[in-house]
Design a binder for this molecule. Structure first.
Ligand SMILES: *Cc1c(COP(=O)(O)O)cnc(C)c1O
Length: 360
């Protein structure tokens, strides 16, 4: 057990981040997006910490099932709706809201004789070109949903932004205009903004905001950390040094011998690797914290191990704590080194990582 990589989830940070989102969301209700196992933090624990949210957003029906099994009565929205006609009965049984984005789903709904009510969100594709009805058919889709007796008449209208993280990108302006054009004479609450929309496009907050990244303290803006945006990281990934070795000048470290010691030096070996979800693409020089101080990765990331340059840490010993990311070492910084984004890193923790909860 002592060798296990630990992901410590800070429940207080999640709660405070939700409060910070609320401050920025104006009058809008907040959907806490908890897809991908709560961005890798653990679906059930995240939902427990974020119990004050007005709704939870999940990617798939199975996540809705898991959430309902916790006993929560909070509204849950399945962001891609039913994947097949048989999902409709399950959505109704579990009182899950369904996003309706495609003609095939409309056809399943029209053939469905189940009398139990179903709440739906109508998704309009305003330029992301992933899911949603084209603006010119949105009104017709809305009318067909409205005509169904087993569909709740309060249909929420939604769209998703493709580039709201760029505060000067006119694509968002065009998307908002397309949404307004398609929906101006339709009744119903409106849901446009994601995390970046809340931060950079206040006019899009409307009735609902759908926020993921900021709740976990993850930056949604390139070149900024979550902390710089005023949020707290909800995950600390840590492990221990399991070896400290003196390696001679000219010797090489790790697979493919990519790092050559420029002098006689101490090399630490920490018990974490890509088998835990630490990115294999992280190159030499990627920072880690050893006893709270920065040190750099050397050589290749292995499945179970990483090597660390301890030249500026002569006192580091076997058993000392190594932090891969967390409050003092932004995951955004590691992601930048690894050529990825923070979301990808937190979502990538494997089953080998031991998750522990920190209430504060
Ligand atoms: C993931 C997702 C969100 C949340 O996005 P963030 O950028 O993490 O806030 C909102 N809406 C939809 C439809 C999503 O898929």
């Amino acid at each position: 057990m002592s060798r296990t990589a630990l992901a410590t989830i800070h429940l207080g940070a999640l709660r405070r981040n939700l409060a910070r989102v609320r401050e920025r969301a104006g009058k809008a209700k907040v959907m806490a997006v908890v897809k991908a196992d709560g961005y890798g933090h653990g679906l059930e624990r995240v939902a427990r910490a974020l119990g004050d949210a007005d709704a939870f957003g999940v990617a798939a029906l199975g996540d809705g099932l898991r959430l309902r099994a916790t006993g929560t009565t909070t509204r849950i929205v399945v962001l891609s709706g039913p994947d097949e006609a048989a999902d409709l009965a399950e959505l109704r049984r579990l009182h899950l809201d369904a996003v309706i984005h495609h003609e095939s789903q409309l056809a399943w709904l029209e053939a469905d004789r189940d009398a139990r009510p179903l709440r739906v969100w109508l998704k309009i594709d305003t330029g992301m070109h992933r899911l949603g009805f084209a603006p010119d058919v949105a009104r017709a889709a809305h009318a067909r949903l409205h005509a169904l007796a087993n569909i709740d008449p309060d249909i929420v209208l939604m769209t998703h932004f493709a580039a709201s993280d760029e505060f000067d990108n006119t694509l968002t302006v065009h998307q908002v205009a397309a949404f307004d054009g398609a929906t101006h004479d339709l009744a119903g609450a409106r849901a446009l903004a994601n995390s970046a929309g809340v931060l950079g496009w206040p006019a899009t907050r409307d009735d609902w905001v759908r926020v993921g990244g900021l709740l976990y303290g993850l930056s949604v803006i390139d070149g900024k950390t979550g902390v710089e945006l005023g949020f707290e990281p909800a995950m600390t990934l840590s492990t221990k040094l399991i070896a400290v070795n003196r390696i001679a000048r000219g010797e090489r470290v790790g697979y493919a011998a990519t790092f050559e010691c420029p002098e006689d030096m101490n090399v630490g070996v920490a018990a974490i690797g890509y088998g835990d979800g630490y990115p294999r693409s992280a190159p030499s020089g990627t920072p880690v914290l050893v006893n709270g101080a920065r040190a750099g990765l050397i050589g290749r990331v292995s499945m179970d191990l990483i090597a660390i340059d301890l030249r500026n840490q002569p006192d580091a010993r076997v058993g000392d704590r190594v932090v891969l990311w967390g409050h003092e070492l932004p995951v955004e910084e590691i992601a930048a080194h690894a050529g990825s984004i923070s979301y990808d890193l937190t979502c990538g923790m494997t089953r080998r990582v031991l998750f522990v909860e920190d209430e504060a």
